[in-house]
Design a protein around this ligand. Structure first.
Ligand code: S3P
Length: 170
């Protein structure tokens, strides 16, 4: 099995929740890249966007991603944009196994409206605005997400089945 498993996909699809469960199944450690960023820079991502800007966030989140390539026996849940900047997906595929969690835009919108964590890119957007934003961003990112080694539907996901598929990769 690969030493590093990366969960990728749009914000709100459940990468963190699934990542924790998957790590337990595989006997791996769990790393959430957003938390890893916040712990390093001692600032919430939401605040970081207010204080600095997205280009700096992308650069620093990529540095954090590279740090995970030194780890062994980990499931990493990435931020929604991580694989789509600085050739993140290509690097992820070189250093580990990527799993794309797919979900329809309407379901993502529903989940983001009810999410507890503040996401700077969608804050203040409601209903139709949010769904439109998701459709647009998803279509920009689809090509990058599709480069994942494994693609799976995030709604009604069977963790045990996914874990055994992951274990097949040498
Ligand atoms: C982002 C997703 C967020 C976080 C940041 C930007 C994005 O992570 O990294 O707010 O560009 O999609 P989650 O996917 O964990 O919400």
């Amino acid at each position: 099995m690969k030493e590093r498993i990366y969960l990728i996909g749009f914000m709100g699809v459940g990468k963190t929740t699934l990542g924790k469960k998957l790590a337990r199944h595989l006997g791996y450690r769990f790393v959430d890249l957003d938390d890893f960023f916040e712990a390093k820079f001692k600032i919430e991502i939401y605040q970081f966007f207010n204080k600095y800007d997205e280009p700096l966030f992308r650069k620093l989140e990529h540095d954090r991603l590279e740090k995970t390539f030194e780890m062994e026996g980990v499931v990493v849940s990435t931020g929604g944009g991580t694989p789509c900047h600085y050739h993140g997906i290509e690097e992820i595929n070189r250093h580990g196994l990527s799993v794309f969690l797919e979900m329809p835009p309407a379901a993502i919108a529903h989940r983001l409206i009810h999410a507890r964590r503040k996401r700077p890119l969608v804050v203040g957007k409601t209903g139709e605005q949010l769904t439109q934003f998701i459709r647009k961003k998803l279509s920009e990112r689809q090509g990058c997400y599709e480069k994942a080694a494994i693609k799976t539907h995030a709604l009604h996901l069977n963790v045990a089945a996914l874990a055994s598929e992951i274990q097949k990769f040498e």
